[in-house]
Ligand binder design. Structure first.
Ligand SMILES: NC(=O)c1ccc[n+]([C@@H]2O[C@H](COP(=O)([O-])OP(=O)(O)OC[C@H]3O[C@@H](n4cnc5c(N)ncnc54)[C@H](OP(=O)(O)O)[C@@H]3O)[C@@H](O)[C@H]2O)c1
Length: 264
């Protein structure tokens, strides 16, 4: 029996990940997000036992509630934690300011670290176990208008690398997935999909779900989705002037796409 918890399971990459993991024999799932009805609908459609917990992960008591749920419903066992819930709100620092940076950090970094802190004792007790943090290629290369999102994902990437080394002796494998543009409810990438020139760079949630499986149960340290996005990270290190020039030019603006969070 394997107990896997997926945050942000009510939509997009998290939902695809729950579906992917449910295909593995002996899996029990814990689905976490704010919209309970979406989670219940998904749980009812899966071929394995799946419990749901509606929680806003930025709430003070969310980590303790998730841990209590695991203890009450799954005997305190946790083999895989997928820290996937996240969001983005566009805005330059000059316009959106520190408030925008802060809300990204609260959800994309602080909530992940707080949940991981609460669940680490269960993961260690269930070792060998794994954590997969869903970062982003934006956690390696930053663009104008998404600096706050990038800052939160850069921080997540750095923290994940350290946690990988720290938890290895405890039998908890820590890896990350760095998606590029993926069409989801939260990141529809409409502007890119509308144009033949850019349509091909938009990927699908089930490809990220497969990568999450390779990193978690599969034991890989990191995976870009699609893999070619790793070139952007390499270019940022080897050719920083070139990358800066490209990302400062007018055409780069089309890479800063609308998100669902900013329209809510
Ligand atoms: N799609 C992309 O292009 C892309 C690229 C790189 C990285 N990523 C990362 O991939 C992850 C998943 O994104 P996605 O594209 O699947 O987005 P999505 O379709 O908007 O899904 C986000 C999920 O997170 C949950 N969530 C948001 N805020 C929450 C909160 N405060 N508390 C609990 N759950 C919350 C949402 O559920 P509720 O609304 O029900 O709470 C939803 O299930 C994010 O970390 C994102 O940064 C996405």
């Amino acid at each position: 029996m394997t107990v896997a918890l997926v945050t942000g399971a009510s939509a997009g990459i998290g939902e695809a990940t729950a579906i992917r993991l449910s295909r593995e024999p002996g899996t029990e799932l814990v689905l976490v997000a704010r919209r309970e009805e979406k989670l219940r609908e998904l749980a009812g459609s899966l071929p394995c036992r799946a419990t749901v917990l509606a929680a806003d992960l930025t709430d003070e008591d969310a980590p303790a509630r998730v841990r209590a749920h695991l203890e009450a419903e799954h005997g305190g066992r946790l083999d895989l934690l997928v820290n996937n819930a996240g969001a983005a709100w566009r805005g330059s620092f000059g316009e959106a300011g520190y408030a925008n940076l802060r809300r990204h950090m609260e959800l994309n970094l602080d909530a992940v670290a707080r949940l991981t802190e609460a669940l680490l004792p269960l993961l260690r007790a269930s070792a060998p176990s794994a954590i997969v943090n869903v970062a982003s290629t934006a956690g390696r290369v930053a663009r104008a208008g998404t600096g706050a999102y990038s800052a939160s994902k850069f921080a997540l990437v750095g923290w994940t690398d350290a946690l990988y080394a720290e938890e290895k002796p405890h039998g908890v494998h820590v890896g990350m997935v760095l998606p590029g543009f993926v069409q989801t409810e939260g990141f529809p990438a409409t502007e890119l999909r509308e144009k033949a020139l850019t349509r091909w760079i938009v990927s699908k949630p089930d490809r990220v779900a497969e990568a999450i499986y390779e990193v978690g149960p599969g034991g890989k340290p990191e995976r870009y989705v699609p893999r070619a996005y790793a070139l952007a990270a390499v270019a940022r290190i080897l050719f920083p002037r070139l990358v800066r020039r490209v990302l400062t030019g007018g055409p780069a603006k089309s890479l800063t796409t609308r998100t669902a969070a900013e329209t809510r």
